[in-house]
Ligand binder design. Structure first.
Ligand code: NAD
Ligand code: UD1
Length: 337
């Protein structure tokens, strides 16, 4: 198939472009490069031996998106493009609603006009909100508690309405848990701009000497070691989850929801120790105040993806840290290195 990947120069997008090419698909990428660089695709091409077609296009520009569909006979879309920083979304809600919602609506209208109705969408575990018991199961009521999360929930609603109104749509909503790690080659990985918000990118910058120590946000939670538990998933496993979801929806109309996670919780201190093992020395940290909005613990019930897609995670937290470290060590300043 010829797959359009929006946001394909980004972290998860670039790994998924590679996985799609390895599965034999042709890939066309659109991205406005607001949080990524085209260098990631050059490196993906090095790894796959097959360059992806790239168009620098903003999804908010419907005519430009339409022109890409007019130029290429697209069979299906994997839609990553969006802004994703929770704190920024609280400060700049209009920017988040405009970019994520208008961008998605434009994409859907263009797809419909060009008779392309297979879509895999990047949702997030954040849609489960604060009140659901763990582990999270796809059939639970959702209710995000920040503007970023609400854009994901609202897009899920739009896509559910679309699937209910027109049975020609084939839609997968993938709720990712905590993606970390990098391709084992060390050539592509996560390249956050500024101070990383997320745990593993921050630890990686401590390990490479760009930050002094990890601040552990809260050591007094009701968890085995007092720090929060999350469900970390290797980005290569996550990328394979997209290939599996695409194969599944290609043959079936409807709207499907799957958690993509390992089904296990790992604490902040366990991740830190694992990363230290990869580096070969323990990493400095200090226990600080809790971060507002953090939940003590959550992880996926990963059984639906296994049953429906025959997909499950294969890589351990140690492997996530080893691969993340290889990427960071070889590219201390990310793609600028
Ligand atoms: P990323 O920022 O690396 O990738 C997103 C890409 O979208 C970037 O390359 C950015 O330039 C592009 N983009 C943003 N707005 C655009 C627009 N209007 N038009 C065209 N391109 C645009 O982020 P990522 O970590 O690879 O995340 C990919 C998707 O997965 C996002 O939708 C994110 O919300 C979702 N997600 C990520 C995580 C995570 O922890 N990384 C967790 C759950 C869900
Ligand atoms: C964050 C997002 C969430 C998103 C998820 C996956 C917030 C509030 N939530 O959640 O919406 O779905 O990423 O992308 O941003 N930690 C530290 N020190 C640090 C950084 C993190 O101790 O410098 C801790 C956090 O308190 C948390 C754990 O590490 O307990 C994981 O944090 P993070 O990587 O930000 O992921 P989430 O909290 O799951």
């Amino acid at each position: 198939m010829r797959i359009l990947v929006t946001g394909g120069t980004g972290y998860i997008g670039s790994h998924t472009v590679l996985a799609l090419q390895e599965a034999g698909h042709e890939v066309v990428v659109i991205d406005n490069l607001v949080n990524s660089s085209e260098e990631s695709l050059r490196r993906v091409a090095e790894l796959s031996g097959k360059p992806a077609v790239f168009h620098r296009v903003d999804l908010v520009d419907e005519a430009a998106v339409d022109a890409v569909f007019a130029e290429h006979a697209i069979n299906a879309v994997v839609h990553f493009a969006g802004l994703k920083a929770v704190g920024e979304s609280v400060r700049e809600p209009l920017m988040y609603y405009h970019n994520n919602l208008v961008g998605t609506l434009n994409l859907l209208r263009v797809m419909d006009r060009h008779d392309v109705r297979s879509l895999v969408f990047s949702s997030s575990a954040t849609v489960y909100g604060e009140h659901n018991p763990i582990p999270y199961i796809e059939k639970m009521e959702i209710g995000a508690n920040n503007p970023y999360g609400r854009t994901k929930e609202q897009i899920e609603d739009i896509l559910s309405d679309l699937g209910a109104a027109d049975d020609r749509w084939h839609i997968a909503l993938l709720r990712y848990f905590n993606p970390v790690g990098a391709h084992p080659s060390g050539r592509i990985g996560e390249d956050p701009q500024g101070i990383p918000n997320n745990l593993v990118p921050f630890i990686a910058q401590v390990a490479v000497g760009r930050r002094e120590k990890l601040m552990v946000f809260g050591g007094d939670y009701d968890t085995p070691d007092g720090t929060c538990l999350r469900d970390y998933i290797h980005v290569v496993d996550l990328a394979e989850g997209h290939v599996a979801a695409l194969n599944h929806v290609a043959g079936r109309a409807g709207v499907f929801r799957w958690n993509l996670g390992s089904g296990k919780g790992t604490s902040v201190l366990e991740v830190l120790r694992s990363f230290g093992k990869a580096v070969g020395a323990p990493l400095p940290y200090e226990v600080a105040e809790r971060r507002t909005g953090d939940l003590p613990a959550f992880w996926a019930d990963a059984s639906s993806a296994l049953a429906d897609l025959s997909w499950s995670t294969t890589k351990t937290v140690d492997e996530m840290c080893e691969d993340h470290w290889r990427w960071q060590k070889n590219n201390p300043l990310g793609y600028l290195s």
